[in-house]
Design a binder for this molecule. Structure first.
Ligand code: FES
Length: 296
């Protein structure tokens, strides 16, 4: 399951571009245009992080929201990041919430805020606090119990883990070893034997190059070489910036379009070496467009 971020801001455009930014990074994003709706969504959806503007319907509405969150046991542990203009920071939070240590507000960021700042916030308050695997660690016993005692159970459980996270995180492999009472070495034997299983997070965009017979004969080895060259990675690797993961597959079921490659779920047929740069730029430009919109 994805990590969830709740964005609260009266500026619908800011909400829209920020939502897209986080979605490109694999987060689930909820939005609210005011503190009241935001608080209700926090209660029903239990996000992993709340990012809110201080000035919403009225000047200190964001601070009032923080106060309401601090007073509610169901949501008070959710970290809150306040995004606001510089002159408001001076008076916040001391005059709004006297008991500062109880505040869920972990950070105040001055506007304009950059895409990098926002993404760093998510990493800092969700991923580095170990919440990234919260659901999986909590659910591993359920998955393990479902398959316990059944033939081939280890592979089935690993499939569920990989389908959920896109790879098999190390801490989850440890949990699995305990839950299934299988040595960790056995788990890693299986993971490394099958190409399907990954030990590293996959890139944001998965490039699947077909090496089925039709695509192989029509020139996909050349296309694959070009991809490796441009991305500076080998097959089954992810680019340093985490943008692309390159993998080989056997027949994508559209041999009439050979040679074929697929990026995420989009098929590209009759691909030539010279098409690679423009195909990749579709994805890098999309990312850049979202970041530029945030940075404005
Ligand atoms: S061989 Fe490539 S799509 Fe079938």
């Amino acid at each position: 399951m994805k990590n969830k971020i709740l964005l609260i801001d009266a500026d619908a455009d800011f909400l829209d571009v920020t939502k897209k930014l986080f979605e490109t990074q694999g987060y689930d994003v909820l939005t609210a245009l005011n503190g009241q709706v935001g608080f209700a969504r926090a209660k029903t959806e239990s996000p992993d992080l709340i990012i809110t503007e201080m000035i919403l319907g009225y000047e200190n509405e964001g601070a009032e929201l923080a106060k309401a969150i601090a007073a509610d046991a169901a949501v008070r542990n959710i970290p809150v990041v306040m995004v606001t203009s510089a002159d408001k920071i001076k008076s916040f939070p001391h005059d709004i919430v006297p008991n500062e240590k109880d505040l869920p507000v972990k950070m105040v960021i001055k506007k304009p805020v950059s895409a990098e700042q926002l993404l760093d916030v998510a990493v800092k308050f969700i991923e580095k606090t170990g919440k990234k695997h919260r659901t999986l660690v909590g659910g591993i016993d359920t998955i393990a119990n479902k398959w316990k005692g059944k033939k081939g159970n280890l592979i089935m459980v690993l499939h569920e883990i990989q389908n959920t996270y896109g790879y098999v995180p190390r801490d989850v492999a440890f949990e699995l070893s305990r839950a299934l009472d299988v040595p960790l070495t056995r788990i890693y034997e299986v993971i490394t034997f099958y190409n399907y299983f990954k030990l590293e997070p996959p890139g944001k965009h998965i490039i699947s190059v077909c090496m089925g017979t039709a695509c192989y004969l029509k020139g996909n080895p050349i296309v694959l070489d070009e991809l490796k060259h441009v991305l500076n990675i080998e097959e089954s690797q992810t680019t340093k910036d985490g943008m692309f993961h390159l993998q080989i597959v056997r027949c994508l079921g559209c041999c009439g379009l050979a040679p074929v490659l697929m990026v995420d779920q989009k098929i590209y047929g009759k691909v030539k070496k010279s098409d690679i740069t423009s195909i990749l730029s579709e994805y890098t430009n999309k990312e850049k467009g979202v970041k530029d919109a945030i940075n404005v």
